[in-house]
Design a binder for this molecule. Structure first.
Ligand code: FES
Length: 115
């Protein structure tokens, strides 16, 4: 069994064109996809954008993204020693990398002016 996971992340360049990037991540059983993304941000690319708040309590719901084409919570999706494709939610406006606008419009900071 390989001790490496390969995360291929759907990112976009300045023009908005999809530009997948692959990262080799050390694999240990029990890790989540979110653990792999955090490893990439610490060791390979500090600019990689994704959201999370609770790590694995499944409480914040901020880590939603698409893993191998399915909408999942990255903190619950298991990392595996194979290639895993990671993409932002396809039905939400993209902010950057794996971050999408998930707050309802009325709750966004720029959504309403105060009286
Ligand atoms: S990090 Fe909070 S639900 Fe995944």
């Amino acid at each position: 069994m390989s001790d490496t996971a390969r995360l291929t992340i759907e990112r976009r360049d300045e023009s908005g064109a999809v530009k997948p990037e692959s990262f080799e991540v050390p694999f240990e059983p029990g890790q989540s996809v979110l653990d792999g993304l955090r490893w990439i941000r610490v060791h390979k690319d500090p600019t990689l954008a994704f959201r999370y708040s609770c790590l694995n309590a499944n409480a914040c719901k901020e880590c939603m993204m698409e893993v191998d084409g399915e909408v999942v919570y990255a903190c619950l999706a298991r990392l595996e020693p194979r290639e895993i494709r990671v993409a932002p939610l396809s039905n939400k406006p993209l902010v950057r990398d794996l971050v999408t606008e998930i707050a309802p419009p009325a709750e966004r900071l720029h959504g309403k002016k105060r009286p």
